[in-house]
Design a protein around this ligand. Structure first.
Ligand SMILES: C[S@@+](CC[C@H](N)C(=O)[O-])C[C@H]1O[C@@H](n2cnc3c(N)ncnc32)[C@H](O)[C@@H]1O
Length: 304
């Protein structure tokens, strides 16, 4: 494993600003040395059970296809390690064409890993990628890349559930696209009343998840055994915290033993929450819960 590090000095400086407030965004757990710890996590069964929902997505696309041929131009925000994208596109291409694909992500290293995997699987698709932090504002990269056809944007695998402000992310995505473009969004739903807290938290109580969540703190100077990791469910989100076992100096900040740093937050949504979020960020939901499982839902929305 590489020595813990940030992808670039800009990431490090931004991380420090969040560390000062004891709450760090999850995006850093995909970049720098955390690319490797994320890739280990993405291979694990628990992770796949949380994010992978190709059946729901494909069912939504099939309903869209009853009215029109789904776009052959696809842009994706947050493709991760690529496993989900590859499975989804393989199914997609059994029925419809894909000619152009643009992958956008916060992490350059993850995008490189993803890009080589994508090109191996789909040599016939013209593929481009670009860095974009979808929490900070819209990107012009889609407009520069696209031609005049309608675009299908993908934000799958609960990517929208992990940033601090999901509504802002959806707004930024909307402002990076044109009217009438589509969005396929898939999320993990609020657990049913029968689910126990233990069963909700079970996929997160693994060494591989803990390593992935703590890697940006380790890049900041947290020693290997310097904190214990705790996950809790607060009724709307799974929250992960590092609690310092002893004093530590991280990026020049002196932190006392017992300091709590929230380094993971994953919101769960009710179906109505997702629709409200979409509407208030410039999207009109078209197809909802085409094949709703108890855990995931996939929604297709159109840019207003
Ligand atoms: C939970 S993973 C999901 C990956 C993939 N869509 C899947 O279903 O397996 C989140 C993805 O979003 C990216 N991401 C997280 N925060 C981001 C941000 N602020 N801007 C852009 N990409 C971000 C991560 O690098 C990662 O690729």
């Amino acid at each position: 494993m590489p020595k813990p590090h940030f992808e670039n000095p800009k990431h490090e400086a931004e991380f420090l600003r969040h560390l000062e407030r004891r709450r760090t965004p999850l995006k850093f757990a995909f970049a720098g040395s955390a690319t490797a710890t994320h890739l280990q996590l993405a291979e694990s069964e628990g992770y796949q059970s949380v994010v992978l929902s190709v059946e729901d997505e494909f069912a939504a696309l099939t309903r869209l296809a009853a009215d029109l041929i789904p776009p052959a131009t696809i842009v994706e925000a947050g493709p991760g390690d690529g496993r989900h994208t590859i499975t989804l596109l393989q199914r997609y291409m059994q029925q419809w064409a894909v000619e152009n694909y643009l992958g956008l992500d916060f992490s350059e290293q993850l995008l490189q890993h993803f890009g080589s995997k994508f090109r191996t699987h789909f040599p016939g698709i013209s593929m481009a990628s670009a860095i974009w932090d979808f929490e900070t504002g819209p990107t012009s990269r889609v407009e520069e890349w696209r031609r005049d056809d309608r675009v299908l944007a993908l934000m799958v695998g609960h990517t929208v559930g992990n940033p601090e402000a999901p509504g802002i992310v959806l707004k930024n995505l909307r402002h990076s696209l044109r009217r009438k473009d589509f969005l396929l969004l898939s999320v993990v739903l609020t657990p049913s009343a029968e689910e126990t807290v233990d069963s909700i938290l079970q996929p997160y109580r693994t060494r591989v998840f803990e390593n992935a969540a703590l890697e940006p703190l380790r890049a900041s100077g947290l020693p290997d055994d310097g904190a214990y990791f705790e996950v809790t469910w607060d009724g709307s989100a799974v929250i992960g915290k590092a609690i310092l076992e002893r004093p530590a100096t991280m990026l020049g900040l002196d932190l006392e033993a017992g300091t709590e740093i929230e380094c993971f937050r994953s919101y769960r949504f009710r179906e109505t929450d997702v629709q409200d979020l979409l509407r208030s960020s410039g999207w009109s939901p078209l197809i909802i819960s085409a094949r709703r499982t108890s855990e995931h839902t996939a929604i297709i929305a159109e840019a207003r």
